[in-house]
Each structure stands twice: as C-alpha cells, then as structure tokens.
Design a protein around this ligand. Structure first.
Ligand code: AMP
Length: 435
C-alpha cells in the first residue's frame, strides 16, 4: 500500500516524497480514503501514530479541489487542539504537506497577543488550527466567522475535555454550520467523548489504532532504582557514562525542572526547561534549540511536553515518574517515533513504587530493574507488578462496540491502551495549554 493508492493527488505525493514518507501508517490507510470521500470519522489514535497526516492530507486535497476563495474573516476548515504547542505543530504539518498547494493555514492560540491574529484573519484563512478558548474570544469579537466552514477536526478531544474546554466546545458546536465534515480524534472513548460526539457526527467511520509505543515494541524501557536524594548525581553519571547525546527528561514539577536545569548548567551542560510558567516564546525557543541540537538536555513537565514531535530522539529519562500513569505512555512516545528505536529509563525511588505499580498495570508488563553499581538505594523500592498488590487500578478504556460508539472498529495492534486520566471536567488552571 502506498500513498498514491489511497487517492492522494500529485502535489501531496511530492511533498510526502520530500519528507521521506513511503508507507501510510494504519491510521492513515484508514482515514485518508474515508476523509477524501467526505465521511465523518471517529478515530482512537494518539500522537505518534501519524494521525496528523491522516486528517491533514485529505483535507488539504479537498480544499485545494474546491477553488472557492475564502471570504474575509472566514475559514474553510477548523482544527481544534488542546494546547498551543500542538497548534504550532499541527499548523507546521499542514504547511509541510501543503507545500505545493495554494491552501493557506494559520494557528491561533492563547497566551500571546490577539491583535496579530485578528489582523491575519481579516484576509480569511483556509485552515485555522486553534485552541478552543482563544478561538471563542476571536469569534466573540467577530474576528472569525464560521459560515464557510466545511470541515471540523477535533484533535486530542479527550485532552481538550481534561483541560476543561467542554463548555467552549459546546458553544463552538452551536455556532458552526450543521452541514460539515467532522473528524474526531481521541486517545480513548470515554462516556464524555461519546456524549461530545453524539448527534454531531454523521455515520462516522470508526478507526482504532493503539499508540505506536503502547507495547513499547520499538522502545527499550527499564527502571533504575535509586534513592531520591541521589537522582541528580545518578543522572549526571549515566549521561557521561552512556555518552548520551540528547535527552528529554521528564520531571514532576515546574520547580523541579528549573532546579535540574540549574544543576546541569552549573556543570556546563547545555540544558533548558519547558514548562507552563515559562512564556510561550521561550518555550518554543527551548524546543527549537533542542531540535537543532544546541541544547543537549531538555527538561519538561508533562503538560508542556504533550504532543511534542521530536524526531529520532534516542533517550527519554523519567527523572520522576508521572502521577498519572497514562502520561508514562505519552512520555516514552517521544522516543522510538515512526519506527526508530529508543530507550526510556525511569529513575525510581522508594516513594514512587505505587506510581510504578500503576504504570506496570496500565502497560501490562513489569519493567525490568537494573541497579547502577555505586547507586544502589538505601531505601529499597518495594516490589511491584505481579509481586505486589496492584495499586489503584486504572479504569479500563471503553472502546469499540460500547454504547453509543458506532461499529466498524478496525484494530491494528493488540497493545495496551491507556486509560483516561481521572481529572474530571473542572476548569484546569492552565487552559489552552498554559500549564
Ligand atoms: P503524529 O502521530 O501525527 O504526531 O506523527 C508522528 C510522527 O510520524 C511525525 O514525526 C510524522 O512526521 C511521522 N510520520 C507520520 N506519518 C508517517 C509515515 N507514513 N511515514 C513516516 N513517518 C511518518
């Protein structure tokens, strides 16, 4: 199966060729022909599965084929995403794939001045990628009109609900034309997601693809037990000993991220942090410097890092384990992307045993433990996995065949799927990815 067989036109094939994409991923093979045919879609797929191209390629083709010029302040397709970083990333993907087409795209999100966004929208935009909060601000100020919208994409819909965007989404749905194509992507299909979709999708094709790394086929993962107070020392040792080139390090808190960066910089190691307290511009700068190889160690908190696309990253280190087990899968998904291999190493102290247990229950495997000589912990990390009572069991994801979910599910992988995080629907402090 190749991209031409999926019905994509020459300008898109040329762009894909330039990017080195040869074979469609499972989600692309399913989504592209269906979206080209005008169908609605309900897809269980996460970052790392190639879902962005799955919706971007056919939408570009459909918009390019319909040569109507977009009206002032109007948009022809709307892509809603949970965070600013994802907005930038999805917009960049549209630009890459649409390089040889005359289809304009633009990203609008909160945390930056609204005026340039209002100015740009005056000329009309074919594809607008936006976070819900800012989009609603723009809509309320008449800077964006929805009457020409033909297609709506909800990307990482579960994440949007987690971030407290349910009300904004309801308002936006009420304002959008009823006659439109709707594509919904979500990691899992909770009852909230199903009720979001209910009545808003027309006979959708359902696709289910487990995340590329859920079973960690391409990622070697292990745990290094260590005392909490020696984590930095151990990290520095491993960095040197293993000659790691570039590492994405995950920590629990913003303060922890800044502290680790300060300690690395004190050792003259090029390190930077990405977390919600840093202004958007410096977050993007840190990410760009990391991608360019100028920064060796990028220290990130979970929310800031979700959805980041960094190619061929060999190492991910969990300096702290995530509080929400599902984030483990997102974290290690930063390595071993698109078929490349990678390593995910977790530095685990005794206090974190319950978190480790929850992760192991979620991924349905007990991670191997490999003590680093000289760093054996004084406080033993209690046994987890089969040897210990399972800590709070994550909710089993409800997928295909459940109430309200259209049939037609196509499974590609039998790997574990993450359970939905249990954060409720309350407003999170960092709406629009501000955390
Ligand atoms: P996504 O899940 O959309 O975030 O994509 C994950 C990564 O896979 C991105 O770096 C894409 O550029 C890459 N990718 C997507 N589709 C393909 C493909 N068919 N072949 C190779 N790489 C791909």
């Amino acid at each position: 199966m190749n991209f031409a067989e999926l019905g994509l036109a020459a300008p898109l094939l040329q762009a894909l060729d330039g990017l080195g994409y040869q074979t469609p991923t499972p989600v692309q093979a399913q989504a592209i022909p269906a979206v080209l045919a005008g169908r609605d879609l309900m897809a269980a797929a996460q970052t790392g599965t190639g879902k962005t191209a799955g919706f971007a390629l056919p939408l570009l083709q459909r918009l390019a084929a319909d040569e109507t010029k977009v009206g002032s302040n109007c948009i022809r397709a709307l892509v809603l995403v949970p965070t600013r970083e994802l907005a930038e990333q999805v917009n960049a993907s549209f630009r890459q794939y649409g390089e040889h087409l005359a289809v304009g795209c633009y990203a609008a999100y909160g945390g930056v001045s609204i005026n340039p966004q209002m100015m740009r929208l005056r000329r009309g935009v074919d594809i607008l990628v936006a976070t819900p909060g800012r989009l609603l601000d723009l809509f309320r100020q008449n800077a964006v009109k929805f009457k020409e919208v033909q297609a709506l994409v909800l990307d990482e819909a579960d994440r949007m609900l987690d971030l407290g965007f349910a009300d904004e989404l309801d308002t936006l749905f009420a304002a959008l034309p009823r006659k439109r194509q709707t594509l919904l992507f979500s990691a899992t299909f909770s009852e909230e997601i199903r009720s979001l979709a209910r009545g808003r999708l027309r006979d959708p094709l359902s696709i289910e693809v487990s995340p590329r790394n859920s079973t960690a086929k391409a990622v070697k993962q292990w745990v290094v037990p260590v005392d909490k107070k020696r984590k930095t020392e151990l990290f520095l040792f491993m960095l040197k000993d293993r000659q790691w080139q570039q590492v994405l390090v995950f920590v629990k808190t913003k303060k922890g991220a800044d502290e680790l960066v300060a300690r690395l910089q004190a050792k003259k190691i090029a390190a930077d942090a990405i977390h919600g307290d840093r202004p958007q511009a410096s977050r993007l700068r840190a990410l760009e410097s990391f991608k360019a190889g100028e920064v060796q160690i990028l220290v990130a908190t979970d929310v800031a890092a979700r959805g980041l696309d960094i190619d061929d990253l060999p190492q991910v280190v969990n300096f702290d384990l995530p509080i929400v087990a599902e984030d483990y899968i997102h974290r290690i998904g930063r390595t071993g992307r698109a078929g490349a291999s990678g390593e995910a190493i977790s530095l685990v102290c005794a206090d974190e045993a319950p978190l480790l247990g929850a992760i192991e229950a979620l991924i349905k495997q007990t991670l191997s433990r490999d003590e680093e000589p000289g760093f054996e912990p004084d406080h033993r990390v209690p046994a987890t996995g089969g040897a210990a009572p399972a800590p709070k069991k994550p909710k089993k994801p409800k997928t295909g065949g459940g109430r309200g979910v259209p049939g037609n599910w196509v499974g590609f992988d039998d790997g574990a799927r993450p359970a939905r995080r249990n954060t409720g629907r309350g407003k999170a402090p960092g709406r629009g990815g501000a955390r």
